[in-house]
Design a protein around this ligand. Structure first.
Ligand code: 16G
Ligand code: MG
Length: 544
């Protein structure tokens, strides 16, 4: 470790004294002005992680669906997964070390993890389209080189593309080529193959309207277009040429506001989708003939995809265990449909992609989605082998063979490293085409229970502790009993509260038989939180 060189370099990325940040649910995220030292230090940490794992590590500069002024950083582990939780606390320690303590903090980590410093490491860096992202990713690169390690700057990429690139690099190409072209080719080829067997061409339907949230996703769809060989007809909106990033558009806006984004012309019955700012989230929606907005969220997507895979497994005669992983936010109707109609295993875990991802990996095939549109499918090595083996088996009947081949194409179409708006969209479009479904027919698979989400401000949100995948509160005393009492007054009702991992609020979720009841339930539970968990500011008010 060249301490003098490192100290000098770190002075070029000074930490504002006293500033304390937390590696949150999905990395650091705050105003871009406070992030230069964080980026430099994440460059250092990524290099250490690369040495420790003897693999390439990724660093993505993005603040996802946050406003343009913010930025953030996500670390990517060797198989393209989010960084191991144990290293999140190193990230926090390193970020918050005052200038004169940086070196000792770094050395502590090296010692604790017994990292051998003699081998050179490789770090892949990518960034979204924010104005601040270029300088910030430069700070990451500076961090990496301060330890004498190597980096490859991929420049503008979506978050899931960087996850893909890292996995390709660490699996010697068996997952695909570690280039953007490799990504486009792999996904496009799988998409073209699946849709060539479709009863309805995707192009028979109206063109898909894609809201790019004025972010990186639109840019990358333009790049991908030639690879798709006109198999998907789509129009891009909010492509970043004029509008502001995530402003009145994008997946988060559409999901939270329950309305279509600005800048997309809605035509009754025609399907639209929205990416978020770094294209790792997607939701679909349409207007009915009366102009009412209909959302197809992560739960609807998980249902469509898992039904498709289940039918193919049956047709191919493959006995693989299929599970769907959700969070407490999954609409009760979706869970009911999956368990009782589809008869698949449903598991519920804590909010945050890393929790869903790890739970999904326990099954042969794990489909995971958060209601907000983060999600993908993961296949175990053995499942992949069995699918590939069967697809190549010359003795199969036509029926079984075509199902096995379609499963193989599905494996290739999916970005198994992390939720990917582009990959998810292509899979959804492929399923709709193969099954000959319109967006309305897809929507009708089950009907969402009316629901409401509210936020409550409290003095310290750590006052709330939860268990059972956040479905029950263990503290403060009396809160869960109060919630149970309120929930009991409504039918088809469910409600839970949890401290947000990204905002200084307590979130309240409620669902019930009617919208009015869901609203009342959410209000009453908010009031209980306010009174029992140290609410601050104005008391929550009824919604109507
Ligand atoms: C982050 C998570 C997302 C989760 C959300 C919850 C990732 C990549 N992103 O955006 O999965 O749904 O936080 O936010 O893990 P909350 O804790 O404020 O409700
Ligand atoms: Mg995102």
């Amino acid at each position: 470790l060249d301490s003098l060189f490192l100290s000098l370099k770190s002075l070029l990325h000074p930490k504002p004294a006293g500033l304390v940040l937390q590696y949150g649910t999905a990395g650091f995220r705050t105003t871009a002005r406070h992030l230069d030292h964080v980026m430099f230090r994440m460059g250092l940490l990524a290099a250490l992680r690369a040495k420790k794992t003897m693999s390439t590590i990724g660093v993505m500069v993005t603040a996802s669906h946050n406003p343009e002024e913010d930025n953030g950083v996500k670390l990517i582990d060797p198989m393209g997964e989010m960084v191991a939780v144990a290293w999140e606390s190193y990230a926090t320690q390193l970020t918050n070390a005052e200038q004169d303590a940086l070196l000792t903090t770094l050395k502590d980590i090296i010692k604790q993890e017994a990292i051998s410093m003699d081998k050179k490491a490789m770090v892949f860096v990518g960034r979204d389209t924010r104005l601040s992202s270029e300088d910030l990713s430069q700070a990451v690169l500076d961090g990496v080189s301060s330890l004498g390690d190597h980096s490859h700057d991929f420049g503008l990429v979506t978050t899931p593309q960087l996850h893909y690139l890292v996995r390709c690099q660490n699996t010697n190409g068996s997952y695909g080529n570690a280039s953007l072209e490799g990504y486009y080719q792999k996904l496009s080829q799988a998409f073209v193959q699946i849709t060539s067997k479709a009863v309805k061409l995707t192009t028979d339907q109206s063109p898909l309207r894609i809201d790019g949230a004025n972010g990186i996703g639109a840019l990358k769809m333009r790049e991908m277009e030639p690879f798709l060989q006109q198999r998907l007809s789509f129009n891009l909106y909010n492509d970043g040429t004029s509008g502001r990033l995530n402003h009145l558009c994008g997946a988060d806006y559409v999901k939270v506001q329950q309305r279509s984004p600005q800048g997309v012309e809605m035509v009754a019955g025609e399907r639209c989708c929205s990416f978020d700012g770094d294209a790792d989230r997607i939701v679909y929606y349409y207007h009915n003939p009366q102009g009412h907005f209909h959302l197809l969220d992560g739960d609807k997507i998980a249902t469509l995809i898992s039904t498709f895979i289940k039918e193919l497994l049956t047709q191919a005669g493959l006995n693989l265990q299929l599970a769907v992983v959700q969070t407490a936010y999954a609409n009760g109707s979706s869970t009911h449909f999956l368990q009782n109609n589809m008869k698949v295993i449903v598991e519920c875990v804590k909010t945050g992609v890393k929790h869903l991802h790890h739970a999904a990996q326990k099954f042969d095939i794990g489909v995971y989605f958060e209601a907000n549109g983060h999600g993908t499918v993961v296949f175990s090595d053995s499942a992949e082998e069995q699918i590939k083996g069967l697809a190549a088996d010359p003795s199969l009947t036509e029926d079984r063979k075509s199902a096995a081949q379609m499963l193989e194409d599905t494996v290739n179409l999916v970005n198994q490293t992390v939720g990917d708006a582009i990959s998810d969209m292509l899979l959804i479009e492929a399923v709709l085409a193969v099954r000959g479904l319109s967006v309305q027919q897809w929507d009708k698979i089950y009907t969402d229970l009316p629901n409401r989400q509210l936020k409550v401000k409290v003095a310290d949100r750590r006052a709330i502790d939860t268990t059972d995948a956040e479905r029950r509160a263990t503290s403060p005393a009396g809160l869960q009993e109060a919630i149970d009492g309120i929930v009991g007054k409504y039918s088809l009702s469910r409600s839970f509260v949890r401290p947000s991992g990204t905002e200084d609020v307590v979130r309240v979720y409620a669902e019930a038989d009617t919208q009015a009841n869901a609203d009342c339930l959410a209000y009453e539970v908010s009031l209980a939180v306010y009174h029992l968990a140290g609410g601050v500011g104005e008391e929550p008010k009824p919604l109507q």
